[in-house]
Design a protein around this ligand. Structure first.
Ligand code: HEM
Length: 169
């Protein structure tokens, strides 16, 4: 009889152990946070800020004069104006050059379109005064983006009256 009990225990204990283990939740690996990787890759899509920019210049441009710098003449630089500040984007002719995605902003002040995140020709105009607050913030973000990456070569002297007295960043 004693042997039967011992035998029973020898068989039952490991079985009990296995059953308990399969019923209790297995330890989970620590949750993987995809964000840092995602953020990193999003960051690397856009060009990084630069630390080799020239001191800003204050040369005057009329909106009409700016048109010369839309990339159609490859011997001239490409300029993009935001809120009346003119940036030299020549080194990114791969996106601002003729036929490229953001050529719509070249040789002009297309502040409104930048604020609206719009690539429609009719939005690429200098009067951004009627943008709602959130789109004005988007526009300001673009201004900072350009300010950290492109040389400022001048300012537009004939911005529409509705925005010409609005302070820049
Ligand atoms: C499907 C939609 C879009 C995609 C996939 C996209 C993608 C990109 C990528 C990959 C870049 C980095 C380009 C580079 O540095 O070479 C970029 C930059 C940029 N995008 Fe877009 N974009 C989109 C829509 C828009 C729209 C609607 C606007 C209108 C405001 C816009 C304006 C810009 C501007 C101004 C830059 C900065 C270019 C620079 O100076 O480096 N994008 N976009």
């Amino acid at each position: 009889m004693f042997l039967v009990v011992v035998y029973g225990l020898v068989l039952a204990l490991p079985l009990l152990f296995l059953v308990r283990r399969s019923l209790s939740p297995s330890p989970q690996p620590p949750p993987v946070d995809p964000q840092p990787e995602e953020k990193k890759s999003l960051k690397t899509i856009m060009q990084p800020p630069r630390d080799d920019l020239d001191p800003p210049k204050d040369d005057p441009f009329t909106l009409d004069q700016l048109k010369e710098f839309d990339g159609s003449d490859s011997s001239k630089p490409i300029y993009v104006s935001i809120k009346g500040t003119v940036f030299d984007v020549t080194r990114k002719s791969d996106v601002y050059g003729p036929g490229k995605s953001y050529n719509i902003f070249a040789g002009k002040d297309g502040s409104k379109g930048l604020g609206k995140s719009s690539l429609n020709l009719e939005d690429a105009v200098p009067d951004y005064s009627d943008l709602p607050e959130n789109e004005k913030n988007v526009l300001n973000d673009w201004f900072s983006f350009f300010q950290k990456r492109y040389n400022i070569v001048g300012r537009v002297t004939d911005m529409p009256a509705s925005v010409s007295n609005l302070a820049n960043l």
